[in-house]
Design a protein around this ligand. Structure first.
Ligand code: GLU
Length: 284
């Protein structure tokens, strides 16, 4: 076959374009769009490394773990821990973006892929393990009950039949139902909302983890915790429960274990945890 030069050039161009398209398709199908030797794209750790930062779901309503300060910045034990983990996993304590979650939205935020992991006072429970994968424990709290310091309540049982505030989606609800079945339980979306309702007198008590309640004790006057504890609440970070999360779970959990072994998590506890009432009282 003999073609004219212009036609022959066009033909070469078409063949070259077709070959390039075929090669690109083959690379996508067989190589997952990745250069040879790199991990598959459905590896969440690799996705985080490519993005350059972790996206962590944290609380904005639970001092001293995560709270929005008056300067507009989110601060707390879990915020500091998130930065230490980013430093270990990505080599930069600022390679992290914090996204607000609360007790009732944190698993949905994970499922919707709004966050890579949840670091939000979340108790490791068998029921939750059906939905998420947990890291090792980084803090152990216990469910407690807060009342007004001048009230006559001494034991949790004294609150049966009374209005008691709790946070929706928290482990505390089930234990309250078991321990004080006649109590009128009032559920709130945010920890700060539950505390404000209790502090304003809409509930006789507020029950959640002692570690969170102490955050309010150390800021507001006239409130105290009853001595009874209803449960142990080991906190773990939560990850999506699928295979693509496994390398991220392994990397973050190993970073956490190093921080625990080096005493850095204990240092955060010493920095943030207070159990005494404040010198000056905050307004609710
Ligand atoms: N740690 C408990 C839970 O995971 C209660 C505190 C919270 O609201 O996160 O349900």
């Amino acid at each position: 076959m003999c073609l004219k030069p212009a036609r022959a050039n066009r033909m070469v161009l078409w063949v070259a374009l077709a070959a390039t398209a075929l090669l690109a398709m083959a690379a996508m199908v067989f190589g997952g769009c990745q250069p040879k030797g790199e991990p598959a794209p459905d590896n969440q750790l690799e996705a985080v490394r490519q993005r350059g930062y972790l996206v962590i779901g944290c609380k904005y309503d639970s001092p001293p773990f995560g709270y929005l300060d008056t300067d507009g910045h989110v601060k707390g034990f879990e915020i500091d821990l998130g930065r230490l983990l980013a430093d270990k996993v990505l080599g930069d304590p600022n390679a992290v973006k914090f996204v607000q979650v609360n007790t009732s939205t944190r698993i949905a935020a994970l499922d919707a892929k709004h966050v890579d992991l949840v670091l939000a006072t979340m108790t490791i429970t068998e029921e939750r393990k059906e939905k998420v994968t947990f890291s090792p424990t980084y803090y152990t709290a216990a469910q407690a009950v807060m009342v007004k310091a001048d009230s006559a309540y001494r034991r949790v049982a004294d609150l049966d039949g009374k209005p008691v505030a709790f946070v929706l989606g928290a482990t505390s609800e089930a234990r309250l139902k078991k321990n004080i079945p006649q109590a009128k339980l009032l559920g709130f979306k945010a920890t700060t909302e539950a505390f404000s309702a209790f502090n304003a007198g809409r509930a006789q008590a507020f029950s959640t983890d002692d570690s969170i309640l102490y955050g309010f004790v150390s800021e507001y006057c006239g409130v105290k915790l009853l001595e009874d504890r209803l449960s142990e609440e080991p906190y773990g970070m939560a990850f999506r429960k699928d295979d693509s999360a496994k390398p991220l779970v392994a990397a973050v959990s190993s970073a956490l274990e190093q921080l625990l072994a080096a005493g850095e998590v204990a240092q955060l506890k010493a920095k943030w945890m207070r159990t005494n009432p404040p010198d000056t009282c905050a307004k609710p």
